[in-house]
Design a binder for this molecule. Structure first.
Ligand code: ADP
Ligand code: MG
Length: 262
């Protein structure tokens, strides 16, 4: 398979270790271009760890990670180049509080390109427009609601036009209305910009409606992979326990009680 027709992401026999402990093993996953994939699982199951492997932050202990047909590089220069093609929305937004909305969105453009100022402003305007926040360009993060701040972080993640977007718990701290806005925005951006999106979340019911493919990780591995409809219909007790949010059952919650490491 050539890079031109390779899937957006391909994981094969992937094992990820952290702090001398195996967090995930035997992960096989293909994310088709243009799709939205949900990576679901309880807190501490290794969802953020999986994203860290995609961005090259965490090298695999075994197996392979390919993004658009290319193995994720280890060398810092090649890795930096690849990272420009991956937009990441982190859980905490990561906005700089002493910069305006527009300046926050401009940051990746100033860091990674040598574009003239007028063009940077134009691009920032476009990105803010894409998330419906053009009017908030001169506002500071503290002046924004939680949902608006998340949208600014989303605009910033889109700044370099990455073909692949990774969302780590995009709904954390948002009320139901803001959550709905973010999910439909993720879907609209994916479709209109021709992106591929991976959403990591423990909010199953909010996330599933916009996804093409869902995987569930628990107990150190991938325990389900299929369509949202197949997930709804599954009789696997481990997956059902997770979907119902029950503390007792086949998922060993005791081993993951450190909870959500950011
Ligand atoms: N930097 C780290 N060093 C050691 N262990 C870590 C580190 N980050 C996360 N872990 C552990 O890896 C497991 C998975 O964490 P994480 O991927 O953050 O889970 P999730 O995102 O699903 O909540 C947890 O048990 C967590 O304590
Ligand atoms: Mg996490």
């Amino acid at each position: 398979m050539t890079p031109a027709d390779a899937p957006a992401v391909h994981l094969s026999g992937l094992r990820l270790d952290r702090g001398g402990r195996t967090i995930l093993r035997g992960i096989d996953l293909t994310v088709p271009r243009g799709s939205i994939t949900a990576v679901l699982g309880p807190s501490g199951s290794g969802k953020s760890t999986l994203l860290a492997a995609l961005t090259g932050e965490l090298p695999p202990a075994a197996g392979t990670v390919e993004v658009f047909g290319q193995p994720v590089p280890h060398g810092s220069r090649a890795l930096l180049e690849m990272r420009k093609g991956i937009g990441v929305l982190l859980q905490g937004n990561g906005l700089l509080t002493d910069l305006t909305t527009a300046e926050n969105v401009a940051l990746p453009l100033r860091t990674h390109t040598k574009l003239p100022e007028a063009l940077i402003r134009r691009l920032v305007d476009l990105k803010l427009n894409a998330v419906g926040l053009r009017a908030a360009a001169d506002a500071y993060p503290r002046e924004l609601s939680g949902g608006m701040a998340r949208r600014v972080a989303l605009a910033r993640a889109l700044a370099l036009d990455p073909p692949l977007m990774l969302y780590d718990e995009p709904l954390t701290g948002l009320d139901p209305i803001a959550s709905g806005v973010i999910m439909s925005l993720i879907q609209r951006l994916n479709d209109t910009l021709g992106l591929t999106s991976i959403i990591v979340s423990h909010h199953v019911h909010e996330t599933l409606p916009i996804t093409d493919q869902a995987v569930v990780i628990a107990n150190g591995g991938l325990v389900f992979s299929g369509t949202p409809a197949e997930l709804d219909a599954t009789s696997d007790p481990l997956v059902r326990q997770f979907l119902r949010g029950e503390p007792d059952g086949p998922i060993a919650f005791d081993t993951v009680k450190r909870g959500e490491a950011a």
